[in-house]
Design a binder for this molecule. Structure first.
Ligand SMILES: [Zn+2]
Length: 681
C-alpha cells in the first residue's frame, strides 16, 4: 500500500509540470488554415488534420483573438493581444517594426525560416515578414494595382512553394509557416473536393485545404523528418455560414467565428485532449519553448503544454463594426461563461448553450459586473487605448491645414456607448457585402441603389458612405462622389484611405491639383500608404514631370514591394526620363511578380525596340496581347517590332488588325494608317 501511495504522489507531481523538451531543437511547421470553423474537423472531412490530432494534443475550446485574418495572425506570430500590437483590423499600416515574432526568435536561435502565404492580406507590407529567410507572398494582384485584400493563391500552389523549400542540405532545424486561404469566401473548391463534401462549397474548400496539409505530412514521412518535427495546426478564425445571421466573419464575436481548431503534435507531445478555454495568443510562446529558446517578455507567458491547463480568462475583440458606425465588441471567455460587451451586453453559458442561443445577461447584474471588471483588467494589462481617442500628431495636423483641410485634431464620432450592437444590424451588413461584391466585379450600376440605401440608413458609417461614393464615381457621377468624399474627410479627418479615395475622384473629375493635395494629405497621415504615393506619381506623369513621378513610384514600391502595377509605373516613368537600364529593371521586377502583367510586357517590348533589339521585343508584345487581345498600343508596337526586324508581311497584318479594332481618328488608328502606308512603299 505504501508503494502505491508513493507512485501516485510522484505521478501527480509530474503532472503539474510542463514535460521537459527533447534534447535537440525540433523542426517546427505551423499551418494556419484561414476561415476554418472548429466544428469542421474530426468528422471525416479533414483526415489529415484529424490524423495529427489523434497522435497529439487537441484543444476543443481554442479561440482566436480577433475574427479577422491579419490581427489574428499578428497574435499567433507575436503572442500579443490586439491592444498590445495595435493591429486590430485588416489592411492599414500593419504591424510596426520591432515586434518579437516566432520567426525572429527562431531565426536568431539558429533556425532556417520560411513563410508561404495564400492571400494578399498577409503580404509582407503588413509586417509579418521579419525573421523569415524566405517570405513567399506571391499572390497575384489586380492589375489596377488596387489593394484587394481578398486576392488569393490556391493552397496547392502555396504547398508547392513550401515543398520546394523544405528539402535542404542545411543541417539547421527549420521553422515553416504555411497559410492556406482556401476556405475563405468565395467558396470555389476543385470539383472532386466539392463532391467529397456532399456539394457544400465551403466544406469542399476545407477538404481541399486538408489535402494540402496531407501533402506536407507525406513529405515529412518520406524524408524521415516526421520524428523530429513539431506540427501546429490552427484556424485563424471561423465563418458565420448564417449562424446568428452572419454570413462571413469579422463583424460579430460568436463562437461560429471565434472558436477555431487547434492541435499540436510531435516529439515530446503526449496524446491528450484539452477542453479548457485557451487562446491562439498562447501559441507563439509555446512554439518558442519547443525550440528551447527563451521567450521574449512581450509574448504571452502561458504554455499550451502546461498540465493541468487550469481555468483562465480568454480575451477577444473586434473593432470592425466601427467601420459601419456600430459598437466595437470586447469579449471575455471562461470555461463556462462568455461575455460579449457592447452597448448591449450579452452573456452566454457556453457549457450549457454552446450555440449562444440564449442571452442570459438580464437579471445577472452582479456576475455581469464581475466579468466586466475582469475584461477591463485584461484590456488594461494589454495596454489598451481607445483607438479613436488618439489625436493626430500636431505636425501632421499642421500639414493637413497647409493642404487646405480642416485641422483634423480627432474624429467626430459617436461616443461608443451610443453606437448600436452590430448583432442588431447584421442583415444590413450582409446586404453591404452583397453590393460590394457587385461593385468589385465591375457592376457599379447594379450596386448603386443598394449602396445608396445603406448610406442613407447609416450616416455614421465611414465605410458605407465611402463605398457609395465609389459606386457613384464608377458610374461616372464623379462630381457627386467628390462632394461626398469632401464631407467624409471633414468628419473623419484621420482616415488616410478616405483622402486617397478623394484624390482618385478628383483626378477623374479633371482636378489634378485637388487630387495631388489629397494624396499628400493621405501620405502625411499614413506615410506607408503606397496607393497615395502611386497616385501622386500618376499625377506627375500627366503633368509631364517624369523625374518627380519616378521618385513617387520609388516610394510606392518601397512601401508595397510586391505590387507589379507600381513597378510598371516606375518603369514607364524611368523610360520617359530616358533612364533605360532603371526602366528595364523595374519592368523585369513587375514581370517576375506577375508574368501576365500586360503593361509591363508592353513597356519591356518598347524598351527593346528603342534599343534596336526589335526581334527580342516580339515575345513581350505577344505576351501583352495574350493577356489583353484588344490592347491596341501593344498590337501597334508588335507591328513596329516586326517591321524593324524585317518581317513586313507580319507587320502589315498587325497594322490591318489595329485599323479593324481601333476607333477611326484614335492615336493608334492614325499611327497604324501612316505605318501601313510607309511599309507598302
Ligand atoms: Zn482569416
Amino acid at each position: 500500500m505504501k508503494w502505491t501511495a508513493i507512485i501516485v504522489l510522484l505521478l501527480s507531481a509530474a503532472c503539474t509540470r510542463t514535460p521537459p523538451p527533447p534534447s535537440a531543437p525540433p523542426n517546427i511547421i505551423l499551418f494556419t488554415i484561414d476561415t476554418l470553423r472548429a466544428d469542421r474537423v474530426g468528422r471525416g472531412l479533414t483526415p489529415s488534420i484529424d490524423a495529427v490530432a489523434a497522435r497529439g494534443r487537441r484543444f476543443t475550446a481554442a479561440r482566436a483573438t480577433v475574427p479577422l485574418t491579419l490581427p489574428s495572425h499578428v497574435s499567433i506570430m507575436t503572442g500579443t493581444l490586439p491592444p498590445q500590437s495595435g493591429v486590430r483590423v485588416n489592411g492599414g499600416a500593419g504591424l510596426a517594426a520591432g515586434h518579437q515574432t516566432i520567426a525572429r526568435v527562431l531565426k536568431d536561435g539558429g533556425y532556417r525560416t520560411g513563410a508561404f502565404v495564400g492571400a494578399y492580406v498577409l503580404d509582407r507590407r503588413f509586417g509579418l515578414a521579419d525573421g523569415f529567410d524566405v517570405y513567399d507572398d506571391r499572390v497575384e494582384r489586380d492589375v489596377s494595382g488596387a489593394a484587394l485584400l481578398e486576392a488569393q493563391r490556391r493552397g496547392d500552389a502555396v504547398v508547392n512553394a513550401a515543398l520546394a523549400w523544405l528539402p535542404s542540405s542545411d543541417p539547421r532545424p527549420f521553422f515553416a509557416w504555411i497559410h492556406l486561404y482556401d476556405p475563405h469566401a468565395p467558396y470555389d473548391p476543385p470539383a472532386d473536393y466539392l463532391g467529397r463534401a456532399k456539394n457544400v462549397p465551403y466544406d469542399g474548400e476545407v477538404a481541399f485545404a486538408d489535402a494540402q496539409v496531407g501533402r506536407v505530412l507525406d513529405w515529412l514521412t518520406s524524408s524521415g523528418q516526421a520524428g523530429r518535427t513539431v506540427i501546429a495546426i490552427a484556424g485563424d478564425h471561423g465563418e458565420g455560414l448564417g449562424d446568428h445571421g452572419e454570413q462571413t466573419h469579422g463583424m460579430l464575436a460568436y463562437d461560429s467565428t471565434l472558436r477555431v481548431p487547434l492541435t499540436l503534435a510531435g516529439p515530446g507531445i503526449p496524446v491528450s485532449r484539452v477542453d479548457e478555454a485557451v487562446s491562439l495568443v498562447d501559441l507563439a510562446g509555446t512554439l518558442v519553448d519547443f525550440a528551447h529558446r527563451p521567450r521574449p517578455g512581450t509574448m504571452h507567458a502561458e504554455s499550451l503544454m502546461r498540465t493541468p491547463i487550469g481555468e483562465r480568462d480568454v480575451y477577444a475583440e473586434t473593432d470592425y463594426p466601427r467601420s459601419a458606425g456600430w459598437h466595437a465588441l470586447r469579449v471575455l471567455v471562461t470555461d463556462r461563461w462568455k461575455l460579449i460587451a457592447s452597448s448591449e451586453p450579452e452573456l452566454y453559458d457556453v457549457r450549457e448553450d454552446p450555440a449562444e442561443a440564449r442571452n442570459i445577461a438580464a437579471g445577472r447584474s452582479t456576475s455581469l459586473a464581475g466579468l466586466r471588471g475582469r475584461l477591463r483588467e485584461l484590456e488594461s494589462a494589454a495596454g489598451a487605448t481607445s483607438s479613436n481617442a488618439t489625436p493626430v500628431p500636431s505636425d501632421v495636423a499642421e500639414r493637413l491645414r497647409a493642404l487646405g483641410y480642416v485641422s483634423g485634431a480627432r474624429d467626430e464620432e459617436l461616443p461608443d456607448d451610443r453606437a448600436p450592437n452590430p448583432a442588431r444590424h447584421i442583415a444590413a451588413w450582409n446586404a453591404f457585402e452583397r453590393e460590394l461584391a457587385r461593385l468589385a466585379s465591375g457592376d457599379p450600376r447594379r450596386a448603386l441603389p443598394g449602396l445608396a440605401g445603406l448610406a442613407r440608413a447609416f450616416p455614421d458609417s465611414p465605410l458605407f458612405q465611402s463605398t457609395y461614393a465609389r459606386a457613384l464615381k464608377d458610374t461616372g457621377r464623379v462630381t457627386e462622389a467628390l462632394d461626398i468624399y469632401k464631407r467624409l474627410v471633414a468628419r473623419w479627418p484621420r482616415d488616410a484611405a478616405l483622402y486617397h479615395d478623394l484624390a482618385v475622384a478628383a483626378s477623374a473629375a479633371g482636378l489634378p491639383k485637388e487630387a495631388a493635395r489629397a494624396e499628400q494629405a493621405a501620405l502625411a497621415l499614413e506615410p506607408s500608404n503606397a496607393a497615395a504615393a502611386n497616385g501622386l506619381g500618376l499625377l506627375h506623369i500627366e503633368n509631364g514631370r517624369p523625374s518627380e513621378a519616378a521618385a513617387a513610384f520609388e516610394d510606392a514600391v518601397k512601401r508595397d514591394p510586391t505590387n507589379a502595377t507600381f513597378w510598371t509605373n516606375l518603369g514607364n516613368a524611368r523610360r520617359a526620363e530616358g533612364n533605360t537600364s532603371a526602366a528595364e529593371q523595374a519592368y523585369r521586377k513587375a514581370l517576375e511578380l506577375n508574368p501576365r502583367h500586360v503593361d509591363a510586357a508592353n513597356g519591356m517590348g518598347v524598351l527593346l525596340v528603342q534599343a534596336h533589339r526589335a526581334s527580342e521585343a516580339i515575345p513581350f508584345f505577344d505576351r501583352a496581347l495574350a493577356g489583353s487581345p484588344r490592347f491596341l498600343e501593344a498590337r501597334l508596337n508588335l507591328g513596329i517590332a516586326y517591321q524593324e526586324s524585317g518581317n513586313l508581311e507580319k507587320a502589315t497584318e498587325q497594322y490591318r488588325r489595329v485599323l479593324e479594332l481601333a476607333p477611326p481618328g484614335s492615336r493608334e488608328y492614325q499611327a497604324a494608317a501612316a505605318l501601313l502606308g510607309g511599309s507598302k512603299q
